[in-house]
Design a binder for this molecule. Structure first.
Ligand SMILES: *[C@@H]1O[C@H](CO)[C@@H](O)[C@H](O)[C@H]1NC(C)=O
Ligand SMILES: *[C@@H]1O[C@H](CO)[C@@H](O)[C@H](O)[C@H]1NC(C)=O
Ligand SMILES: *[C@@H]1O[C@H](CO)[C@@H](O)[C@H](O)[C@H]1NC(C)=O
Ligand SMILES: *[C@@H]1O[C@H](CO)[C@@H](O)[C@H](O)[C@H]1NC(C)=O
Ligand SMILES: *[C@@H]1O[C@H](CO)[C@@H](O)[C@H](O)[C@H]1NC(C)=O
Ligand SMILES: *[C@@H]1O[C@H](CO)[C@@H](O)[C@H](O)[C@H]1NC(C)=O
Ligand SMILES: *[C@@H]1O[C@H](CO)[C@@H](O)[C@H](O)[C@H]1NC(C)=O
Length: 345
């Protein structure tokens, strides 16, 4: 299968040592832990009802285009936890009184998350810090993961996407294969303890995702754009150049490859079922402008018009982008994945 490539914002990390005495800090942490524990217990008790309903819905989430809107509405109605972080590296200035929400975008490679992030970052109060767990050393074990998360949510993470003083929502995108599934138990605990809201971003058409993945992986070596590899482009010319390569899809393993990706998504939804979350589909973002409003509402932010300069690479009929299209049709005809052959986007 294709290799994964990821680009991330240039990060600079500044860590200052704390000045307060460790005993004092430990007491604070202990008290905070107790309060949070009590809070989580009460929240859990309240959630058990909704959560068990979600579980039965999960298994068909990729298949069914319209998830039970009643449950989604219930989840969205719950307000995100508000935080007042005190970064060690700068002062929040005039915005010190403004609450901050924590979020994480959980997604898979080539599912539109890069585009989605540029849209979010066009909001003056959103700071989404890119694919920070692309770097292996940050996800080596659960402690390096927690340290990285702490730094992000304390606003002490700096890169080109950071908008520090007046950020009202801070987060990043996290791919399912970047330690997220491996350490899901600890991460879910962390998310619920710290009040991190989860935005799942999935692509319905997994065949299109596969084409994008294969083409991107090829470009890593072929470097179609004047000798540089690009995963995202900003002009029609660049998009046309990248989509000129037609990958061959392995029809022998096609069904099992699609199933595997689908199961990854289902698994993630199941593991993270107790977090405050919403599910967004790439296809819906493209066809329905109001989806972005739902996301802003979910994050509890003032609604803004969001924009991105990115241009879609594979536009039009999928048959134009695959070399062995006839094989693919033959393989998928009559299966549950047949719908991927026709669908746009
Ligand atoms: C995690 O990795 C870091 C860095 O390599 C190491 O210092 C630390 O001891 C490891 N922690 C655990 C719990 O394995
Ligand atoms: C959003 O940012 C602007 C400008 O930085 C700031 O004035 C405003 O208070 C922020 N809004 C929220 C909800 O934090
Ligand atoms: C490649 O470089 C040439 C000359 O510098 C430029 O005119 C052209 O637009 C570039 N093509 C792409 C796809 O970036
Ligand atoms: C296609 O997939 C099958 C089954 O996984 C594998 O045995 C075969 O080598 C693959 N073919 C190519 C060209 O990668
Ligand atoms: C949530 O998912 C986990 C992991 O699959 C499962 O064990 C648990 O029963 C689920 N919880 C509910 C309430 O559905
Ligand atoms: C667009 O999304 C909103 C909710 O996000 C939904 O109510 C509406 O029916 C959708 N419109 C279309 C045309 O699908
Ligand atoms: C799909 O299979 C059916 C028979 O099962 C056949 O009649 C039809 O022509 C096939 N479609 C394509 C596009 O091959």
């Amino acid at each position: 299968m294709a290799e994964y490539v990821c680009l991330f914002h240039k990060d600079t990390v500044i860590v200052k040592s704390p000045r307060k005495s460790p005993v004092f800090l430990r007491t604070i942490v202990l008290l905070f832990g107790i309060v949070c524990g009590i809070y989580i217990c009460t929240v859990c008790l309240r959630q058990i009802n909704t959560v068990s309903k979600i579980k039965t819905q999960n298994l068909q989430v990729i298949e069914s285009p319209s998830p039970d809107s009643n449950i989604l509405a219930q989840l969205e109605a719950r307000i995100p936890t508000l935080h007042y972080p005190k970064p060690q590296t700068f002062s929040r200035g005039e915005c010190i009184q403004n609450p901050v929400r924590f979020f994480a975008i959980l997604s898979m490679q080539r599912s539109g998350s890069g585009w989605f992030e540029t849209l979010l970052n066009s909001h003056i109060n959103i700071s989404s810090n890119g694919e920070i767990f692309c770097a292996m050393d940050r996800r080596k074990n659960i402690s390096t993961i927690m340290q990285t998360l702490d730094r992000v949510y304390k606003l002490d993470w700096f890169n080109s996407a950071s908008k520090n003083e007046c950020s009202a929502a801070v987060g990043f995108k996290w791919m399912l294969n970047q330690g997220l599934i491996e350490y899901h138990k600890e991460i879910v605990e962390y998310f619920n303890y710290r009040g991190v809201s989860v935005v799942f971003l999935f692509r319905r058409n997994l065949l299109r995702r596969m084409v994008s993945l294969l083409a991107n992986s090829h470009d890593r070596y072929a470097k179609l754009l004047n000798g540089t590899h690009k995963s995202h482009v900003h002009s029609q010319e660049e998009a046309a150049a990248l989509s000129s390569y037609k990958p061959i899809i392995n029809s022998t393993s096609l069904i099992s490859d699609l199933r595997e990706v689908e199961m990854d998504a289902v698994k993630a939804l199941e593991y993270f079922n107790s977090t405050r979350h919403m599910v967004v589909y790439y296809e819906d973002l493209i066809t329905n402008n109001t989806k972005l409003n739902d996301v802003q509402e979910f994050l509890g932010l003032p609604r803004k018009e969001l924009t991105s300069r990115q241009v879609k690479i594979h536009k039009g009929l999928l048959s134009d982008f695959v070399k062995n299209w006839d094989d693919v049709i033959k393989t998928l005809n009559g299966t549950q994945y047949e719908r991927f052959l026709q669908a746009d986007y």
